[in-house]
Design a protein around this ligand. Structure first.
Ligand code: PGA
Length: 256
């Protein structure tokens, strides 16, 4: 399938950060990163704990680095203690929101149906959901990777109108590679991404060539180039390596 997709590099800070550390990270990025005056072909974004979104808005508005959240409520604003509505994220300037990260699927019991509802809520507020999919080590050993990620994807595809699908982003994140220092090989990533794109094409042939599929799981400055060179790897979702601004910038450069 023709590659006309703009590379996308997203940092996932998870539950890290402090007002002071974030300010230093932002200052460094604004100093050394791509400027609005000389933009690069790569789109970059940072998904931070929700309490820091206002800090992102103040520091990053008008620049080349977008921001987003790491989770969203499936429900509109209302009496749901502790939840954050998609409309609230949009009001803080978020372009993206991560949905269905394996850490939430495992520790918070999020199932495919709940993830699909969150995707619909995000799209309804004008956000681009970054939908995480991936197999566990046991599932890879059992050679069920394709079946698992296609099942996770199909729940989303059933819930979303075809016309909206071009706004979603997929992130293939094998669970065994997250935070372990063991990234998938470029060939493993390419195979999973091609499987996901083929599944997309069966449901939405026109959207399939446009949807960006990111790789996530121990991507770093050293291995990013080889992973990003694969034809269906359209970017990265970066955890640990996004905590150091130099490493994150190196990955943005590798994508450019
Ligand atoms: P990692 O995390 O880069 O630290 O493996 C990626 C993720 O969980 O999104």
């Amino acid at each position: 399938m023709e590659q006309t997709r703009r590379p996308l590099i997203v940092g996932n800070w998870k539950m890290h950060g402090s007002l002071a550390d974030n300010a230093a990270w932002f200052a460094h990025y604004l100093e050394d990163g791509p400027s609005a005056a000389a933009p690069v072909a790569v789109e970059a974004a940072l998904c931070v704990p929700a309490v820091y979104l206002e800090q992102c808005r103040r520091a990053l508005a008008g620049g080349t680095l977008a921001w987003g959240a790491q989770d969203v409520s499936a429900h509109p604003a209302g009496p749901r203690t502790g939840e954050i509505a998609a409309s609230m994220l949009a009001e803080l300037g978020c372009r993206f929101v991560i949905v269905g990260h394996s850490e939430r699927r495992m520790a918070h019991g999020e199932n495919d149906a709940e993830v699909a509802r969150k995707v619909v809520a995000a799209l309804g507020a004008g956000l681009s959901p970054i939908i995480c999919l991936g197999e566990t080590l046991a599932e890879r050993v059992a050679e069920t990777t394709a079946a698992v990620i296609e099942r996770q994807l199909s729940a989303v595809l059933e819930a979303v109108d075809e016309a909206e699908l071009t706004r979603i982003v997929l992130a293939y994140e094998p669970v065994w590679s997250i935070g372990t220092g063991r990234a998938a090989t470029p060939q493993m990533a390419q195979q999973a991404h091609a499987d996901l794109r083929a599944a997309l094409a069966r449901r939405a042939p026109r959207a399939a060539g446009a949807v960006r599929i990111l790789y996530g799981g121990s991507m770093n400055a050293a291995n990013a180039g080889a992973l990003l060179a694969m034809p269906d790897v359209d970017g990265g979702l970066i955890g640990s390596a996004a905590l150091k601004v130099q490493d994150f910038l190196a990955i943005v450069c590798a994508a450019a």
